[in-house]
Ligand binder design. Structure first.
Ligand code: 13P
Ligand code: SF4
Length: 304
């Protein structure tokens, strides 16, 4: 059944000049029909150069908006219209504008997991794989990092030469993980390396052998000589790594590491997008797009 859908998708995407981008948290099935799979930074860079006239973004809303900002001439379709990001929608523009007034000499560094509206008032965007490099490279000494307190703390610890102000936002999926979850997993798998996403709390990240983006975690595990790994990010990464490296063993840090939004997109959704009756075409007001894209372009300039 899914093989039939897959063949239809591959045929239609070639006929209709469509590029399918998939975030690494998508299922194995969805990744198997994608032209490119990656972390949020790699997807943003890829979106800029994809030659096709239409892009289907299999991921969450801020990722599809980023594609549209960088390629306004393309049709950009979010694979499932309900796929938001709980962190991206945590703060509205008024709150951030209020905080900006309290710290007028601070550059606003926004995690890419933010709405288009918030991007219009940020100086630069970052992703988990580019945040440290970009914060170091910024000419400003004072940084207001929004919205993820955990990623912000991770960056602050690695860029001690700068002053940081952090907000109290974060990813509910990663932030629910506690130190005790790590200690438990390590006691069950004492020989395993622990790899973690910096959206987890600092006390969890402190126990890791490696911390990095979704692609960073996958690269590390693939290249490592070690055979066992505890994976501290969305559990789809466990599934991908097990498929890529059958000779190694991957264990989820916790059954709780599931992002409901990332799980929404199915192969049938991708087919519906291609058939013209599914997903949601991203439409951004041109003045909003122009104001928001600046911080994405600066991210690519400083993060490359
Ligand atoms: P990456 O930047 O690692 O792709 O992470 C995006 C994300 O939403 C993680 O929860
Ligand atoms: Fe957003 Fe968290 Fe889901 Fe990533 S895992 S898309 S940050 S809610």
């Amino acid at each position: 059944m899914s093989n039939g859908i897959k063949q239809k998708i591959l045929k239609l995407k070639a006929e209709k000049d469509v590029c399918i981008l998939a975030h690494s948290y998508m299922s194995e099935e969805v990744c198997s029909v994608a032209d490119f799979v990656g972390d949020s930074y790699a997807l943003a860079v890829k979106a800029k150069t994809a030659p096709q006239s239409t892009v289907i973004m299999c991921g969450v809303r801020f990722m599809a908006e980023t594609v549209k900002m960088l390629s306004p001439q393309k049709r950009v379709i979010l694979s499932n219209s309900k796929a938001g990001c709980a962190m991206a929608e945590q703060f509205d523009r008024e709150v951030i504008e209020h905080v900006k007034k309290l710290y007028p000499d601070y550059a606003v560094v926004a995690y890419v997991n933010t709405t288009a509206e918030l991007k219009t008032i940020a100086d630069v965007c970052v992703t988990s794989s580019s945040a440290v490099k970009i914060c170091r490279a910024l000419p400003e000494k004072n940084i207001l990092f929004i919205p993820d307190i955990n990623l912000g703390t991770y960056v602050k610890e690695r860029v001690p030469e700068k002053n940081f102000k952090l907000l109290s936002g974060g990813c509910p999926t990663h932030a629910q993980i506690e130190k005790s979850d790590v200690l438990k997993a390590k006691s069950v798998h004492p020989d395993a390396l622990f790899l973690v996403h910096p959206e987890c709390r600092p006390e969890v990240v402190a126990l890791a052998d490696y911390a990095g983006s979704t692609s960073g975690i996958m690269d590390f595990a693939e290249k490592s000589d070690k055979k066992e790994f505890i994976i501290g990010t969305e559990n789809s990464i466990v599934e991908h790594l097990q498929a890529k490296c059958p000779g190694k063993s991957f264990y989820p840090l916790s059954e709780k590491l599931v992002c409901a939004n990332m799980r929404l997109t199915t192969l049938s959704d991708v087919l519906s997008c291609l058939e013209g009756d599914g997903g949601e075409e991203i439409i951004l007001d041109e003045s909003l797009r122009k104001a928001a894209v600046k911080c994405i372009e600066r991210m690519i300039e400083l993060g490359g």
